[in-house]
Design a protein around this ligand. Structure first.
Ligand code: FES
Length: 170
């Protein structure tokens, strides 16, 4: 019986050792760089999309503007962004939360901003108007209703989520 001996030469031993040590060191340097590059992807999103806005007891039948601030993470840059909504209770005591962003070119609308139409939302940029329910008034510049916020009420507090498009009416 012949026994096959595997001999490792000094040169091979050095090659294996240096390759192993070099690979280990390269991995040690690259791992933090890879982690840094994809870090925002690995971050868990912060606590859902609903944000506490106002105590329900403050909501009246007259639209009122409420603001809230969220922390926005854009890659490695974190900033505070303020959002707004026009909120009121309709004739059925249902909460309505409208986006203030005009559907014409994006200016901010105001409730009763036009003295000639005190029961409508008014956009000062091009005199766009919306009825109280956010539907655009025909023959004014906007061609779609104001977006409606998703909402829920928890323990007496109104939480708002995303603004949902309702599409054009005319
Ligand atoms: S941006 Fe509102 S009417 Fe033009």
């Amino acid at each position: 019986m012949s026994e096959k001996k595997q001999q490792v030469s000094r040169r091979q031993f050095l090659n294996y050792t240096l390759t192993g040590v070099g690979g280990f060191m390269a991995a040690g340097m690259l791992a933090p760089m890879v982690r840094f590059a994809i870090d925002p992807v690995l971050q868990a999103s912060s606590g859902g999309d609903m944000h506490a806005v106002v105590d329900v007891s403050e909501i009246t039948t007259e639209p009122q503007r409420f603001d809230w601030t969220i922390e926005q993470v854009d890659a490695w840059y974190t900033s505070d962004v303020t959002h707004s909504a026009w909120v009121y209770k309709d004739d059925n005591d249902e909460i309505v939360a409208l986006s203030p962003t005009c559907k014409h070119l994006g200016c901010a609308v105001n409730w009763a901003g036009d003295p000639d139409h005190p029961d409508q939302f008014f956009c000062p940029c091009h005199e766009g108007r919306y009825y109280k329910d956010g539907v655009n008034v025909p023959n004014t510049p906007p061609n779609a209703a104001l977006d409606l916020f998703e909402f829920e009420v928890r323990e007496g507090t109104l939480y708002l989520g995303n603004a949902i498009e309702r599409g054009g009416d005319n």
